[in-house]
Design a binder for this molecule. Structure first.
Ligand SMILES: C[S@@+](CC[C@H](N)C(=O)[O-])C[C@H]1O[C@@H](n2cnc3c(N)ncnc32)[C@H](O)[C@@H]1O
Length: 454
């Protein structure tokens, strides 16, 4: 990163969030006569950075104890290069003033920012505020912003005034920072020069980064049209192998399982439901993602021990034969269940519109989502997604779909959004974007292989 920055012939290098001064020190070693400004809010960090730079006899280095987002950076006539490793602080750890600053900074830059953006995104905004046209920058951050909604502000900025030049994505299986457990991307940019294309570079290890000159050109328009950038980093061979496939969403709709708003009330064991004489009002339900993981590609009624309270909406609660249900609902109401947020959104508050998907899927995963057939029409809670064919699919086609999806679990990694430690989540829309064969081909697969365990 320092090599890349120095090749841009800056007159000054700024290291925001300098910590002990690792980047600033590397610049000083290579170009001792360059102006360096290292900044950190932490006084101990600045003390250490100052000591480091002093030992290196970096005469023109200044270390500032300041908040990079709100400080004033002295303008200079020449080019400034920003380089560093902005702090990985997630939005829920940020004080309200920090979020308010980001909102007003974004507005001044004619961008709109989500309240879910973390400090790394704020550092990019701050850089855009401090920078002048033709200034350059090179930051390493977590790669989440490539795909998630809160990253939109940064994707937008990079395609416009922040002038992205190249992005270098470290293989998701490897961690650039051993103690931070996150995915990493290096972003190189030149302010005020909106790109016509960017170089996107997928590397397997830090040693293949070189001087950040690699990568495949991708047109700006393609990125501008997309909410998720990480698929653009896939090697070409993989995209070719995908020809002839269609997005799952073309043949099926993916939706979340039921959010009851009060599982303690709505979800019971079978025994408890019998004890309370509620057996006539419940349906079997899958309440745990592991039910699918251990299902060998097909979940059956016999393995389910829990049930969901699901009486019909128009049941006459006054009728004598429904006294047990009436008593249970009343007890729930007295416990305040009816006042829960989701219950308040329903009429009546206890009515759950149960849909039973023919195929179900896990969506929080380290090894790719797992899929299973659901021939016994079990209900699912929101720990699982349901897959509903848009047009009727026969048994072989459904079996073929589950076979194909489970066979390709690993290949689907990276198509969701990756959280700390490589845990990946697939929202329904992301699952609909997975590529699958068309139903005719699925039928052949189903006939040939039957179901495949996850
Ligand atoms: C990920 S560390 C990077 C340290 C250093 N660049 C390195 O690679 O070792 C981020 C640093 O940002 C600092 N920091 C956090 N919030 C800041 C802010 N608002 N302004 C300046 N520095 C900040 C932290 O104190 C921390 O030292």
């Amino acid at each position: 990163m320092v090599d890349w920055v120095l090749v841009q012939r800056p007159d000054r290098v700024v290291d925001p969030g300098c910590g002990s001064g690792r980047f600033a020190a590397e610049v000083a070693r290579r170009s001792p006569d360059l102006d360096i400004v290292a900044i950190d809010v932490d006084p101990l960090a600045t003390l250490t950075a100052r000591a480091t730079l002093r030992t290196l006899r970096a005469r023109r280095a200044v270390v500032m104890n300041a908040d990079y987002t709100t400080m004033a950076l002295r303008p200079i006539p020449g080019r400034t290069a920003f380089v560093g490793n902005p702090p990985y602080v997630r939005h829920h750890e940020l004080p309200a003033e920090q979020k308010a600053w980001a909102k007003s900074a974004a507005a001044r830059l004619s961008l709109s920012i989500s309240g879910l953006a973390g400090l790394q995104v704020h550092f990019f905004l701050a850089t855009l505020m401090h920078a002048r046209r033709a200034d350059v920058g090179c930051f390493i951050t977590s790669a989440e912003w490539l795909d998630v909604r809160y990253g939109a502000v940064l994707r937008d900025a990079l395609l416009n005034g922040m002038g992205a030049i190249s992005l270098h994505l470290l293989d998701r299986g490897r961690f650039a920072f051993r103690d931070a457990m996150t995915t990493a991307v290096i972003t190189c940019f030149e302010v005020g020069v909106p790109p016509t294309s960017l170089r996107l570079h997928h590397v397997r290890s830090a040693s293949s980064l070189g001087s950040l000159t690699g990568g495949r050109r991708t047109r700006r328009a393609r990125l501008a049209d997309s909410q998720r950038w990480s698929p653009f980093f896939l090697p070409r061979g993989l995209s070719r192998a995908r020809e002839g496939l269609v997005p799952l969403g073309e043949i099926a709709r993916v939706s979340r399982g039921i959010a009851t708003g009060a599982n303690g009330f709505f979800v019971l064991t079978e025994d408890r439901a019998s004890e309370l004489r509620l057996a006539d009002y419940v349906v079997p339900v899958l309440a745990d993602a592991s039910d699918v993981l251990t299902a060998s590609g097909i979940v059956r009624r016999e393995s389910v021990r829990r049930v969901l309270l699901a009486p019909p909406r128009d049941i006459n609660l006054e009728a004598r034969e429904h006294a047990a249900l009436r008593a249970y609902l009343l007890a729930g109401k007295e416990r305040g269940v009816a006042e829960r947020y989701l219950c308040q959104q329903r009429t009546p508050w206890w009515y759950l519109a149960v849909k039973t998907p023919p195929v179900i899927a896990t969506y929080m995963t380290r090894q790719g989502p797992a899929f299973a057939l659901n021939p016994d029409q079990l209900a699912i809670l929101n720990v699982l997604h349901g897959i509903f064919p848009r047009a009727p699919m026969n048994r072989e086609q459904l079996a073929g779909l589950v076979y194909y999806l489970n066979t390709n679990r690993k290949a689907f990694m990276g198509a969701g959004r990756t959280y700390q430690g490589g845990l990946e989540k697939f929202e329904p829309r992301e699952m609909e974007a997975l590529l699958v064969p068309r139903p005719e081909r699925l039928q052949l697969l189903g006939r040939e292989h039957g179901v495949r365990p996850a």
